[in-house]
Design a protein around this ligand. Structure first.
Ligand SMILES: NC(=O)c1ccc[n+]([C@@H]2O[C@H](COP(=O)([O-])OP(=O)(O)OC[C@H]3O[C@@H](n4cnc5c(N)ncnc54)[C@H](O)[C@@H]3O)[C@@H](O)[C@H]2O)c1
Length: 269
């Protein structure tokens, strides 16, 4: 039996990068996966990849910066697959600027995309995770199985990163709420953890040309590589593997932690 047979997962920001790799992995492990993104075509492509491999998936375009859209996302999972067992809060993005150039607009955008999306989606999932577990406990004294919530922080929040005041504020916040929610939701058999990816090859970290919205200057990419003990940049699948562990019963006694997945990046291990 696959590790996640009969489980239903939501992965936010699953149209690309780490989210897509995670959706594919959880589906391969047996979960039915709701693929959320703000961009329709990439999300549809992730669903196609999953179904072509024999898995179960459904796309839901929603921007969970809006609470109503978070509710719609979670309802979609319940309508399609009957329940919600696993929530991977992966959606996020950057708008880098040295601190003296940060504006309210840049600050709010990045806090919304990284922290508010995770707050709203997790809140919207409570009736399907906390309330369902509570009813099970009332009936039999314990939840049927552990449910799982994962947040996505960053090595940048662990070690600081010039140009990422807004991003590290949001990602640091996610480390803190992981601990708070682990304590609040533990009695309901809900594990709450976070991953802190290091340098993973995606749109966010591609070599940046002048005027590009996403990416990192090539010189900084090379500098980052020199700090990684394992001597290579990460692939989205490196994070997906840890998500798969945190989503499975193998992590039933792990809660409230942020796992750095950095290849041993100096300063962020
Ligand atoms: N790539 C890295 O090195 C790295 C390092 C640390 C943390 N992270 C974090 O990992 C997560 C995934 O990043 P990635 O590198 O795969 O980036 P990516 O840009 O390749 O993919 C992110 C996806 O999230 C979607 N998205 C953005 N805002 C959204 C919203 N409001 N609602 C729904 N979807 C939204 C985007 O459309 C995109 O498809 C992010 O939270 C990012 O901050 C990445």
């Amino acid at each position: 039996m696959s590790a996640l047979n009969d489980r239903v997962a939501i992965v936010t920001g699953a149209g690309r990068g780490i989210g897509r790799a995670t959706a594919l992995r959880l589906a391969r492990d047996g979960a039915a996966v709701v693929v959320n993104d703000i961009d329709g075509d990439p999300a549809a492509e992730t669903v196609e990849l999953i179904t072509a491999a024999g898995g179960r998936a459904s796309a839901m375009i929603a921007n969970t910066v809006e609470l109503e859209q978070a509710h719609a996302l979670v309802r979609h999972a319940a309508d399609k697959f009957g329940k919600v067992d696993i929530l991977i809060n992966n959606a996020g993005t950057t708008r880098d600027k040295m601190f003296h150039g940060v504006t309210d607009e840049l600050f709010d955008f990045v806090m919304d995309a990284n922290l508010r999306t995770a707050y709203h989606t997790t809140l919207a999932a409570m009736p399907y995770m906390r309330e369902v577990a509570k009813a099970e406990i009332a009936q039999t004294g314990q939840p049927k199985y552990n449910r799982k919530i994962v947040f996505t922080s960053s090595v940048a929040a662990l070690m600081g990163n010039p140009g990422q005041f807004n991003y590290t504020a949001a990602k640091g916040g996610l480390i803190a709420v992981t601990k708070t929610l682990a304590r609040e939701l533990g009695p309901f058999g809900i594990n709450v953890n976070a991953v802190a990816p290091g340098f993973i090859e995606t749109r966010l970290t591609q070599a940046k040309a002048e005027g590009d919205t996403y990416g990192i200057p090539e010189q900084l990419r090379q500098q980052s590589l020199s700090l990684i003990a394992l001597g290579r940049l990460g692939e989205p699948e490196d994070i997906a593997k840890v998500h798969a562990f945190l989503a499975s019963s193998d992590s039933d006694y792990v809660s409230g932690v942020t796992i750095p997945v950095t290849g041993g990046q100096i300063g962020g291990m």
